[in-house]
Design a protein around this ligand. Structure first.
Ligand SMILES: NC(=O)c1ccc[n+]([C@@H]2O[C@H](COP(=O)([O-])OP(=O)(O)OC[C@H]3O[C@@H](n4cnc5c(N)ncnc54)[C@H](O)[C@@H]3O)[C@@H](O)[C@H]2O)c1
Ligand SMILES: N[C@H](CO)Cc1c[nH]c[nH+]1
Ligand SMILES: [Zn+2]
Length: 443
């Protein structure tokens, strides 16, 4: 029998409230040291370490020259999959592509900021990126699509995928099919901290890349933290988390149903139903046991651990403002707003990776096929990071152009500031000496 937490916010002191806001990623202490040993092994031994660590950690036999998925494996995956799974993947890829194509910025803009002073920006794709697709507590063709599609839309030349092998040494069939549908052909069987290190340093068979994106277990998160000086590790995406925010008009049964969605990812996930309505809280609480009983043993164990543990359950706020304050302090990865008037609440929500409005906008739909990316900042990082998108696969260069006519005024102002900061060469470069060296009359 699962015990589900009912936290009455008004009865908590500040320390107890802060404890509810904490996430698994806040304490990586048990992962960092072993992850450091893994990273060093991959740096020193390359593919040999990948094979050895796959055997030791994942109990799977790999060949150093067999890490890359073959054409035969892609073909076999396509053959093995049920038509309805392939159709759903193609449908999702289409929506995800449509959404991300909307994000593509103008390649360049240039404005005349002052007479003769032009300034702007040019966007170009990052040259090489690794998409990490988890496969520990389940396969994630969804993450394959959500990472690969924006990379391809952005125009990244070298997109590779890193994903743990199946226990038989293969690669999940739907993930392979999704890679191909997304426009990516290089999929390597390597996972966890090993994969992050391989992307950072490169090995004989895996190319070193400029950036790694994609969510993962604390092993992946720990390795990214250790390797942040070697590779761009992008937005922090760790164990999944969600808040269902429900007002008095919400259907409590749906609130209970949707609370289980992200809680089932694993015991390290976080999930809260936040409401200011006691009736919604109590009716959802009463409904949960039967919904949990519908799940298989593993998912039942995960949701029970989350909803009865330190990072889950129902939060009853003394007012709607307090409910909103809790949500904004938490900065959830996924936020589902259950209300007859969900748009009325949008203005009060300032910190969330994804905001899904109303009872039809179910987290499940957004996780798989609505279009926006399901790779989102966790651990409170939604305060400053955004959902994965085309921008994560591109960078901007500032562009400047000063005409002969514009030069004089800009040079005068710059010389004053350079002199104030004590930069003599800076000042000299825009002094009358420049005019003489350029063979023109003083400006
Ligand atoms: N934030 C997001 O956008 C998002 C999206 C999807 C999934 N997720 C999260 O990603 C995570 C996926 O985790 P997962 O476990 O399913 O897959 P994973 O691929 O991230 O982790 C499995 C790998 O971790 C490594 N590992 C496992 N045990 C280890 C040990 N004892 N020592 C060293 N390495 C070890 C292994 O290499 C293994 O292959 C989940 O927490 C899920 O909630 C987040
Ligand atoms: N909820 C995950 C992001 O936190 C995405 C996902 C994919 N499959 C199931 N869920
Ligand atoms: Zn999910």
């Amino acid at each position: 029998m699962t015990t589900i937490n009912l936290h009455e916010l008004a009865a908590l002191d500040e320390a107890q409230r802060q404890a509810l806001l904490a996430r698994t990623e806040a304490d990586l202490s048990t992962f960092l040291e072993p992850a450091r040993r893994i990273v060093e092994a991959v740096r020193e031994e390359g593919d040999a370490a990948i094979v050895r660590l796959a055997r030791e950690i994942d109990k799977v036999e790999l060949r150093p020259d067999g890490l890359l998925a073959t054409e035969e494996e892609f073909a076999a995956a396509e053959k093995a999959l049920e038509p309805e799974v392939k159709e759903a993947i193609l449908y999702a890829v289409d929506n995800i592509r449509r959404f991300h194509e909307k994000q593509v910025p103008e390649p360049m803009w240039l404005e005349e900021i002052r007479p003769g002073a032009f300034a702007g920006e040019r966007w170009t794709p990052i040259s090489s990126v690794a998409c990490y697709v988890p496969r520990g507590k389940g396969a994630f063709p969804s993450v394959m699509m959500m990472t690969a599609v924006p990379a391809v839309v952005a125009g990244v030349k070298e997109v590779i995928v890193l994903t743990p092998a199946t226990p038989e040494g293969g690669i999940d069939a739907a993930s392979l099919f999704a890679a191909k549908a997304s426009g990516v052909g290089k999929v390597y069987r390597v996972g966890g901290a090993v994969a992050v290190a391989a992307a950072a340093f490169g090995t004989a068979s895996i190319p070193k890349v400029a950036k790694i994106v994609g969510p993962g277990s604390p092993w992946v998160v720990a390795a990214k933290r250790l390797l942040a000086d070697h590779i761009d590790t992008g937005l922090p995406a760790g164990p999944s988390e969600a808040i269902i925010l429900a007002d008095a008009t919400a259907n409590p049964d749906l609130a209970a149903l949707d609370l289980l969605i992200e809680a089932e990812h694993g015991p390290d996930s976080s999930a809260y139903l936040v409401t200011d309505c006691r009736e919604v809280a109590e009716r959802a609480l009463a409904r949960l046991p039967e919904l949990i009983a519908n799940l298989g043993p593993q998912r039942r164990e995960f949701v029970s651990k989350v909803l009865g543990g330190p990072r889950g359950g129902i939060v009853l706020a003394p007012s709607w403002d307090e409910a909103l304050r809790f949500v904004n302090d938490y900065a959830p990865e996924h936020l589902e707003v259950l209300s007859d008037e969900p748009f009325a609440h949008l203005g009060g929500i300032t910190e969330a990776g994804e905001i899904l409005l109303g009872e039809n906008s179910v987290i499940t739909i957004a996780n798989f096929c609505l279009g926006p990316d399901c790779v989102l900042p966790t651990g409170g990082w939604a305060r400053s990071f955004s959902a994965l998108g085309v921008y994560d696969f591109m960078k901007r260069a500032s562009i400047g152009y000063v005409t002969k006519a514009g030069y004089g005024e800009l040079a005068r102002q710059a010389r004053v500031l350079a002199t104030y900061e004590g930069f003599e060469a800076h000042a000299q470069a825009v002094s009358p000496l420049r005019d003489r060296l350029a063979g023109r009359t003083e400006s």
